[in-house]
Design a protein around this ligand. Structure first.
Ligand code: PMP
Ligand code: GLN
Length: 377
């Protein structure tokens, strides 16, 4: 297996003293009260193994959260707490995919899907979305289904494109899953990071999908605390129980003090969601304006804290890997080459930048991007 593109670019950023706009993590914006609660729980409550499926109060708080936001009727049996969404994805893939199964992924796809499908003995089958629209096409999805297809991994909103798929596209995924009796592993970690006035719909709320959807969620994304690695699986009680058995032998359980602090955060009336969106939207506007002023063409995201720069439309004659390598080594800014998110003939003219940064980080990043542009003009 290769080194993940995020690790590769973060190590390069550290080595070259570069502004790190590669790996996605905010450098502002976490709620301090949640950190205080984690510290309190560490000192005052148990530091021994939590129940494998998560603290009962966290499973309840997650179920309630989805009731409030999306009118889903969930109870703790629908929830299994994991060590980040990455582990949730691993457990869901291992519990769904048997050797010889094919799994459809939409590319550009988050980097853990294909390796984990292979670890389960399955075969990833890519359906390439095309920039700049990145639309899901019914014919292309249907054409990827074979007699061996077991599941679709769907990521909405999608990293790295920033797309929030529309109701018509969700329906295509649901129709095809139902028509061919497929499971859908729905990676919804970006569900609350919406940059414009749009609404997110969980795939499981579409008719006929609750029984065939396994969802991944992440407190790391909701609270801008990516290092905590508290995530979860949401599924029907039967499917959640099967995924929970895979989770037992991956990490077994997750740090109890962090789970308690996430309970505290989720019960806080969701007051942090709207300010977080507004901060990220302002950060996007600042980075977008800065990059456009330096002559870059930018694709507009609806969600996530990533934007993609179109090198070709920016008049640069370099592929994404060449650009990203020179940018981090010579101009001192780390970006993510989008071709890392696909294996079959990927687009090679886009790089992804993380804008969840303080103004001064964004400004330093834009200055470095201006230097990078000079290298290829
Ligand atoms: N899925 C997607 C689409 C992501 O963007 C990320 C993190 N950026 C993850 C999963 C992993 O989430 P976690 O950090 O909770 O493991
Ligand atoms: N999900 C983060 C991103 O897209 C990175 C997570 C990781 O480094 N594994 O940048």
């Amino acid at each position: 297996m290769k080194v993940s593109v995020f690790e590769r670019m973060s190590l390069a950023a550290a080595k070259h003293g570069a502004v790190n706009l590669g790996q996605g993590f905010p450098d502002f914006g976490w709620p301090d009260e949640i950190l205080d609660e984690a510290a309190r729980a560490l000192k005052e409550t148990s530091n021994q193994y939590a129940p494998s499926s998560g603290l009962p109060q966290l499973r309840q708080a997650i179920a309630d959260h989805y009731g409030r936001h999306f009118a889903q009727q969930l109870d703790p049996d629908h929830v299994c707490v994991t060590s980040g969404a990455t582990e949730a994805l691993g457990a869901m893939i291992l519990s769904t995919v048997e050797p010889g199964d094919e799994v459809i992924i939409f590319t550009p796809a988050y980097d853990s899907y294909a390796p984990m499908i292979r670890r389960a003995g399955g075969k990833p089958r890519e359906v390439a979305l095309q920039p700049p629209g990145w639309k899901i096409d019914r014919g292309a999805l249907r054409a990827a289904v074979t007699s061996k297809t077991r599941a679709i991994i769907f990521n909405n909103p999608q990293n790295p494109t920033g797309r929030l798929f529309g109701p018509d596209e969700l329906q295509i995924v649901a129709d095809i899953a139902i028509e061919h009796d497929l499971m859908v592993i729905s990676d919804e970690v970006w569900e609350h990071v919406l940059l414009h006035d749009e609404r997110f719909t969980p795939l499981a709320t579409l008719s006929g999908m609750a029984e065939r959807t396994l969802k991944a969620g992440s407190a790391g994304k909701i609270f801008s605390l990516t290092g905590w690695k508290v995530g979860w699986i949401i599924a029907s009680p039967e499917n959640a129980a099967v995924a929970a058995r895979a989770h037992q032998f991956l990490t077994f359980s997750t740090a109890p003090n962090l789970q308690s602090a996430v309970v505290f955060g989720l019960q806080g009336g969701d007051a942090w969601i709207e300010p977080m969106r507004q901060r990220f939207a302002r950060a996007l506007a600042r980075m977008r304006t800065g990059l456009i002023n330096e002559g870059y063409a930018v694709l507009e995201p609806a969600s996530t804290y990533f934007l993609c720069v179109d090198l070709k439309a920016s008049g640069l004659n370099a592929d994404d890997e060449t650009f990203a390598t020179a940018a981090v080594e010579q101009a001192r800014v780390a970006t993510i080459p989008v071709s890392a998110f696909a294996e079959d003939n990927p687009s090679r003219h886009l790089v992804r930048l993380c804008f969840a940064k303080r103004d001064e980080t964004i400004d330093a990043g834009v200055e470095a991007m201006a230097r990078a542009r000079e290298l290829f003009k």
